[in-house]
Design a protein around this ligand. Structure first.
Ligand code: ADP
Length: 471
């Protein structure tokens, strides 16, 4: 089985969030499950592309409406990953020092068209084309409808929805950017009066999956306008829980950590990492450390942190550390907390991969009061590093964390996203932390919960095979 993943992000090349982690891991595990899995992504101007050497394997021109752009397909001179990776270089559009911005329509259309133009040149076309999120959402439509891609009409494609909040909407004025198709089919592109790449992909893909079963069910009720579409298409839709890259996220070998540890050495290992964090961020190592890592956006519930943290810090002996960036007003309020609670609260506003690993290792609790969480990887990383997750029961969080009040429970769960829910959940964490013997036992237990990709990679193979069985 030969398949290509097409994605805007892939770890370790370009990462904004969980999409990169998934596309950087799933192909590895698929390759060990007897498939040949490759990744095609844009060539950005970033650290990875600056420090590595590439060779050109294909050169051509693509057309976007009335404009032509030169493009190249590049690959690494020396393979660095456990799968083949190809880069679409459209210097005028994609080679930027960011992944997403205001000009995404043209940029990702160019990426998708260049990708398909190149695949057309292959002697043997892939068995499956696997698209990820709206940045590749016009591919299923183009494969089915654009005249120039007729060769792919029988090539099955799959869409994975990592986040349905973002849909890539653009105006019908730009419909001429899409390679020519029978205009009677324009309705396939439309949802609610604009061109909606995610909706088009849900309509045209042969199979659609979300990154957890819980999220798929929730989307049928609330999906930023796509709920009816997903209910109508439900026979081809399913949910497959993400795994985590067991090789990258391993506290025994993680090179970002200050001290590596296993479930046998968890107490001393976590302590060394916590000490480093507390020294760096001026926090008291003797207090329980609650942390948050992620985008500071409404979906993550982070707008409630300033009020919740202030209330907790005024009353309780805790340390809180936050890593993330996003809404400016939230960043501003968090910065104010730093001054008001010096020695108990600190944050790093920005993106820092190495620091995130040390936080997973050194924190005692990880907070995730998400309003929306398609899968959530952070809670699985926390578990792997023996850090107790405190999560809202939603999407993938509901599928992966059991509350300590339930049989075999190991995390702290809350139902709503309010300041008082967050405060209550932190207080439950504090009570648990006071019982050090129960807390330590849980830490060892959660490190052994298996969220590796092996099982999920097999689920994807089953998904591809289900297409064959129906054709
Ligand atoms: P989402 O994709 O919605 O942002 P996920 O939980 O699926 O959320 O994945 C988030 C990934 O991004 C995790 O690997 C997390 O550690 C990482 N991450 C998020 N924000 C930051 C940050 N500021 N610095 C470092 N890593 C971050």
């Amino acid at each position: 089985m030969n398949l290509v993943h097409i994605s805007a992000e892939c770890y370790p090349i370009a990462k904004v969030g969980g999409l990169a982690d998934v596309v950087g891991a799933l192909p590895k595990y698929q390759n060990s499950a007897a498939t040949t899995s490759q990744v095609i992504m844009p060539f950005y101007d970033n650290t990875f592309t600056r420090v590595n050497a590439f060779k050109i394997i294909y050169e051509s021109q693509l057309t976007l409406g009335d404009t032509s752009y030169d493009f190249k397909i590049l690959t690494l001179k020396k393979p660095l990953l456990d799968f083949d990776i190809f880069f679409v270089d459209v210097p005028d559009l994609l080679f930027k020092d960011y992944v997403y911005s205001m000009d995404d329509t043209e940029r990702f259309l160019a990426f998708q068209i260049a990708t398909l133009d190149w695949l057309l040149s292959w002697e043997t076309i892939p068995d499956y084309i696997h698209c990820h999120d709206h940045h590749t959402g016009l591919i299923p439509f183009m494969l089915q409808e654009s005249f120039k891609y007729e060769r792919f009409r029988e090539t099955p494609n799959v869409l994975t929805i990592h986040n349905a909040q973002y849909q890539g909407w653009f105006s019908h004025d730009k419909v001429n950017l899409i390679p020519e198709f029978d205009f009677d089919k324009v309705g396939l592109l439309d949802w609610g009066g604009s061109i909606n790449p995610l909706a088009a992909a849900i309509k045209c893909a042969w199979r659609v999956n979300t990154v957890s079963p819980g999220y798929m069910e929730e989307l049928k009720i609330s999906a930023n306008g796509l709920e009816h579409l997903l209910s109508n298409e439900s026979t081809k839709c399913t949910g497959i829980l993400n795994g985590i890259d067991w090789k990258v996220w391993d506290p025994e070998t993680d090179h970002f950590l200050i001290s590596n540890y296993s479930d046998k050495t968890i107490i001393s290992g976590k302590k060394t990492n916590k000490k480093h964090l507390c020294d760096t961020f001026n926090l008291d190592i003797n207090k329980p450390l609650f942390a948050f890592i992620g985008r500071l956006v409404g979906e993550k519930g982070s707008d409630l942190f300033p009020d919740a943290f202030r209330a907790i810090l005024q009353k309780e002996e805790v340390s809180i550390l936050l890593l993330g960036s996003g809404q400016p007003q939230v960043e501003h309020q968090l910065e104010l907390l730093k001054g008001d609670f010096e020695g108990s609260y600190n944050n790093f506003i920005g993106y820092d991969e190495a620091l995130s690993h040390v936080i997973y290792a050194g924190a005692d609790f990880l907070l995730m009061p998400s309003r929306v969480e398609p899968c959530g990887l952070n809670q699985m990383y926390a578990l792997r590093y023996g850090t107790i997750p405190i999560v809202r029961r939603i999407g993938g969080l509901k599928d992966t964390v059991i509350d300590i009040s339930e049989t075999n429970g190991f995390g702290i769960c809350h139902d709503d996203v309010t300041v008082s829910d967050i405060i209550h959940a932190i207080n439950r964490g504090l009570s648990l932390y006071k019982d050090q013997s129960a807390y330590r036992k849980l830490g060892k237990y959660i490190m052994k919960i298996d969220h590796s990709w092996d099982a999920s990679a097999k689920e994807y193979i089953k998904l591809y095979n289900s297409i064959k069985q129906n054709t």
